[in-house]
Design a protein around this ligand. Structure first.
Ligand code: ADP
Length: 488
C-alpha cells in the first residue's frame, strides 16, 4: 500500500507505546485485509496483556505533568495535531479505504470529522469551569472544581476507525487525561497513522498509546482490571459492552458505552415522499449500512407506503457498488465475509416468512464481500430484521396506521440510540420526539451526527455522551472543597 501514499511513513505496523514504535513481546503479528479485494495489506504487531500493562503504567507517569499544564498549553499541542491530520487527509483516507472498505469520499469525510473532535475539544478544554455554593453556615463556602479522571482506556470498532478514537481522546487529552487505545483488529492502521501524527505534533510520550492485537481479550482484561485505569470508554456491540462494563465493576471504573442501535425512520403520511426516501437512504446505506445510527427499520404510514417505496427504489437505482478506491463507486463492500453471511441470513429469514425483495438481494456478486443495496417489503415484527441490528445495506419497510402505533413500534426494542421522523406537523414533531425512547432524534433530517452535538444512547445502547460541550464531562471528576472559618 506504501506506493499509494504521498507520505509512506504514515503506514505504521508496530504498536505505539510510551512514545516508541514497538513489536509485540511474542513477535506475533496479524494480517490486515482489504475488504474489497481480500488482499493482505499489512502485518501488524499483535500486542498482549504485558505490553498493555506497560502502556498503562507509562500513561500514569505521563498524565500528572500533562494535567499540571494549563488548558491553553494542552490546546496548543492538540491544535498542531489537528492541523497535521488535515494536511494529510488524502493519505489517511487511502489508508482507511484500504483497510475498512468505505469509498474514498466517505473516508475523506471521516478524517475531517475525526480532526474536528481534536479541534473542538482543544477549545472546550479551556472552558472547564467550577462552581461556588452558598452554605447554611455563613463562615463557610463550598466550591466544586473539576479534575481529569486520570488514565483512560479506550476500545473502538472498525466502522469509523479514526473518528471513534478522536471522539474519545480529544476530550480526554484536552482536560488532562492520558489514554491507552485499542483499535479493532480489522482496522488498526488508521489509528496507528493518527498516533504517528500525534507524535509529530509533540504530544508527550505515554499520553496516547495504541495497542493493536489479534486477540482482544487479553488486552481488554488488562484494561478493565488494572486499577491504574480510572475510566473505560468503549464503542462496539452491546454484547461486548455489557461484558466489559461488568469487568470494570470490580475496580469501580467509570464507563462510557456507545453500543448497538435499532434506529427507526418513521415516515408519516404528511411527509414529502421523495425527501423522506432520500433521507432514509442516506442514513440506511451510508458506510454500506455499517453504522450504529443507520436506519434499521423504516416505518411508513399506510397512505404513503407505495409512493415511498417507489422513491426509495429510484435512489437506490443510482448507487454504484464497487471498490472504494474507484472514485465512481458510491458504496463499498462490507467488512468481512462473515458479516455478509450474517446479513444474508437475516434477509433469508425475512424472505422465508413472506418478505418480498423490492430491490437488490444479490450477495457476493462483483466481489466476495459486496451486497447490492436491498429493499424488503411485506416485512413484519416477527422477522429478525425488526429485532436485530442489520449492520448492512438492507432496508426493511414496515407499515403502520396511527401515530400511537408508530411510537409503540419504535420503542419495541431494547436499543435506544438514534431515531428519525419525517413529518411537516409541528405538534406531531414534539409528541413523537418526546414519546420515543432514544438518545438522539432527527426530524426531517438523518445526517445528525457532528462534533457539536451530544452523541449517545439510552437503554441498552449505552451511557455517556460524546461531542459538544457535554463531551468533556465523561473525563472529569467533580471535587467538592469546603472552606470554613472564613470569619476569623
Ligand atoms: P463488532 O461486532 O462490530 O466487531 P465488537 O463489540 O465485537 O463489535 O468489537 C468492538 C471492539 O471491541 C473491537 O475493537 C474488538 O476488538 C473489541 N473487543 C471484542 N471483544 C473484546 C474483549 N473481550 N475485550 C476487549 N475488547 C474486545
Amino acid at each position: 500500500m506504501k506506493d499509494l501514499l504521498k507520505d509512506p511513513t504514515l503506514l505504521r505496523t508496530q504498536a505505539y507505546i510510551n512514545g516508541a514504535w514497538v513489536d509485540s513481546d511474542s513477535g506475533e503479528t496479524f494480517p490486515v485485509h482489504n475488504p474489497a479485494t481480500q488482499e493482505v495489506i499489512a502485518e501488524v504487531a499483535s500486542i498482549g496483556a504485558a505490553e498493555t500493562r506497560r502502556a498503562i503504567e507509562a500513561a500514569e507517569v505521563a498524565q500528572k505533568p500533562w494535567a499540571a499544564l494549563s488548558a491553553m498549553e494542552r490546546s496548543a499541542v492538540l491544535r498542531k495535531w489537528n492541523d497535521l491530520i488535515l494536511e494529510n487527509v488524502e493519505d489517511l483516507a487511502i489508508i482507511m479505504t484500504q483497510e475498512q472498505g468505505k469509498v474514498l469520499a466517505e473516508s475523506r469525510g471521516e478524517i475531517v470529522y475525526a480532526a474536528s473532535f481534536i479541534e473542538w475539544f482543544a477549545e472546550e478544554g479551556k472552558r472547564v469551569y467550577g462552581d461556588v455554593f452558598p452554605l447554611p453556615q455563613g463562615s463557610s463556602r463550598g466550591i466544586a472544581i473539576k479534575q481529569p479522571v486520570g488514565v483512560v482506556a479506550a476500545v473502538t470498532p472498525w466502522n469509523f476507525p479514526s473518528a471513534m478514537l478522536t471522539r474519545k481522546c480529544g476530550p480526554a487529552l484536552a482536560v488532562g487525561c492520558a489514554m491507552v487505545a485499542k483499535p479493532a483488529h480489522e482496522t488498526p492502521l488508521s489509528m496507528l497513522a493518527l498516533a504517528e501524527l500525534a507524535d509529530r505534533a509533540g504530544l508527550p510520550a505515554g499520553l496516547l498509546s495504541v495497542v493493536p492485537g489479534a486477540h482482544a481479550k487479553p488486552i481488554g482484561d488488562e484494561m478493565c482490571s488494572n486499577p491504574i485505569v480510572r475510566k473505560f470508554t468503549f464503542t462496539g456491540s452491546t454484547r461486548i459492552g455489557k461484558m466489559l462494563t461488568a469487568q470494570c465493576a470490580e475496580t469501580m471504573k467509570r464507563v462510557s458505552m456507545e453500543l448497538g442501535g435499532n434506529a427507526p425512520v418513521i415516515v408519516f403520511d404528511d411527509a414529502d415522499p421523495a425527501k423522506a426516501a432520500a433521507g432514509a437512504a442516506a442514513s440506511k446505506y451510508r458506510n454500506s449500512g455499517q453504522t450504529c445510527i443507520c436506519a434499521n427499520r423504516i416505518l411508513v404510514q399506510e397512505g404513503i407506503y407505495d409512493e415511498f417505496v417507489d422513491e426509495l427504489k429510484k435512489v437506490v437505482g443510482g448507487f454504484k457498488i464497487g471498490d472504494g478506491m474507484d472514485e465512481t463507486s458510491t458504496h463499498g463492500p462490507v467488512i468481512t465475509r462473515k458479516a455478509l453471511e450474517d446479513i444474508k441470513s437475516m434477509v433469508d429469514d425475512a424472505v422465508e416468512q413472506g418478505a418480498e425483495i423490492a430491490a437488490g438481494g444479490q450477495f457476493g456478486e462483483g466481489g466476495e464481500q459486496f451486497i447490492q443495496p436491498t429493499i424488503l417489503c411485506n416485512v413484519t415484527k416477527d422477522m429478525r430484521v425488526f429485532k436485530e441490528e442489520i449492520f448492512g445495506p438492507v432496508a426493511p419497510i414496515f407499515k403502520f396506521k396511527t401515530e400511537e402505533e408508530a411510537i409503540a413500534m419504535a420503542n419495541d426494542t431494547e436499543f435506544g440510540l438514534a431515531a428519525y421522523l419525517f413529518t411537516k406537523d409541528q405538534g406531531r414533531t414534539w409528541r413523537v420526539s418526546e414519546g420515543i425512547e432514544y438518545g438522539m432524534v432527527g426530524v426531517n433530517e438523518t445526517l445528525i451526527s457532528s462534533t457539536y452535538i451530544p452523541f449517545g444512547g439510552v437503554k441498552e445502547s449505552g451511557q455517556g455522551r460524546e461531542g459538544s460541550s457535554y463531551g468533556v464531562d465523561d473525563y472529569l471528576e467533580i471535587k467538592y472543597i469546603c472552606i470554613g472559618d472564613l470569619d476569623s
